[in-house]
Design a binder for this molecule. Structure first.
Ligand code: PLP
Length: 381
């Protein structure tokens, strides 16, 4: 009865890492977590105030609210739409409990005959969600010679295309040229782009939104999240932008997504949506900026500590993508034995086999401690 993929597929990357860290902590040892991309700055004071006020409203007859609309309250959809300027309106916005749920939800809308094109390496949920559905995957290499930009393949094939900018794990923002190539490819092959912008606020150079590229409104769904920028990893809030222009096989994609969401999803809590509204206010965004600068600086501290030891990429994301000269999981185990958890690059795809990802999301004290010991641990003695 259990689908065969659940009997055979591998454990999710961060579950495997989490269990290894817990085993170590059970032995009474402190582990510095440079592994999962989990933020450490607390939620902005204005957001906390808004959520408390919203919770109080729910405790009064006059202001009580029941089920929320499945696409989100208009007050927060307006705030999200404003991030995209004139191109996007509140009706294009569908709120959710995070980007991961939406990324998985989208692959349920399309026939399994359509493959997923996924950059290698990538955030592992793209591959996981498609493998669990039994969908074929076409890997798109992120070669150093292309500046780690995933580029459309030579062969033309209709596909669900996953792109992420700034990318996880490499941390490279996709250029306008790269995005233009993908939009052209999607138009030519009748493909759909799922554009993940979970790290949007870390990007100050390349386009912040795929809709800055001509014609993207007809082929791209953009997915956003407050997990990294507003410390909502635990609160849970994200969205999909589904422009009315997208028509797939004669059907409006927005109508199809609305049908999916209203059937399978019961919306995001009022308290969370008021918190998100506040996180996207001027005051909330100013607070986010301070946190993001701190994470970028932390990644820089980590990178500086090992830059004479190995080859690395950093700067446009909270991560450092660093080369290693041994198997990723043995590197992981060796560092964990010394109290530092990293993420083996192989967990993001075969192209990551000789890399690890270090996260600048850890607290500053932990960042400084690891910067002091990483150079000595890097190479096997
Ligand atoms: N997309 C990328 C690239 C991520 O790295 C993550 C989390 O690490 C997510 C999406 C998940 O975001 P959320 O917390 O909104 O589900």
């Amino acid at each position: 009865m259990l689908s065969s993929v659940y009997q055979t597929s591998n454990e999710y990357l961060f579950s495997r890492i989490g269990k290894k860290i817990l085993d170590k902590e059970r032995q009474g040892e402190h582990v510095i977590r440079l592994s999962m991309g989990d933020v450490t700055c607390p939620i902005a004071p204005c957001v906390v105030d808004s959520m408390c006020k919203a919770a109080s409203e729910l405790g009064e007859y006059a202001t009580f609210r029941g089920y929320p609309p499945s696409n989100g309250y208009r007050f927060v959809r307006e705030k999200i739409a404003a991030l995209y300027g004139e191109r996007i309106g509140p009706n294009d916005v569908f709120v959710s409990d995070g980007a991961k749920s939406d990324l998985a939800g989208w692959c349920g809308l399309f026939d399994l005959s359509v493959p997923a094109m996924i950059p290698n390496p990538s955030y592992p949920a793209y591959l996981g969600a498609n493998v669990l559905r039994g969908r074929r995957v076409v890997e798109i290499p992120c070669a150093k010679s292309d500046g780690y930009q995933p580029l459309p393949p030579k062969h033309k094939e209709r596909a669900l295309i996953y792109l992420c900018s700034p990318s996880n794990p490499i941390g490279v923002a996709l250029s306008r040229e790269t995005l233009t190539k993908w939009v052209e490819y999607a138009i030519e092959t009748k493909s759909l782009i799922l554009y993940d912008t979970a790290y949007r606020e870390f990007n100050h150079k390349a386009p912040k939104s795929i809709y800055e590229v001509d014609k993207a409104l007809s082929v791209a769904v953009e997915i956003g999240s407050l997990s990294k920028s507003a410390s909502f990893g635990g609160v849970r809030f994200g969205w999909s932008i589904v422009p009315g222009e997208i028509v797939v096989d004669g059907v409006s994609l927005r109508t199809a997504w609305e049908r999916r969401q209203s059937t399978l999803f019961n919306g995001v809590s009022y308290v969370t949506q008021r918190g998100a509204e506040s996180a996207l206010s001027e005051e909330g965004r100013a607070y986010s900026k301070i946190c993001i600068e701190k994470y970028i600086r932390s990644a820089e501290i980590l990178a500086t500590s090992i830059k004479d030891t190995t080859e690395l990429i950093y700067g446009d994301s909270p991560y450092v993508w660093a080369m290693i000269d041994e198997d990723g999981w043995s590197f992981f185990d060796r560092l964990l034995a010394k109290g530092v958890a990293v993420t083996p690059g192989i967990g993001f795809g075969t192209e990551g086999a000789r890399y690890v990802r270090l996260s600048g999301f850890a607290g500053r004290e932990d960042i400084l401690k690891s910067a002091a010991i990483l150079p000595n641990l890097w190479h096997k003695k």
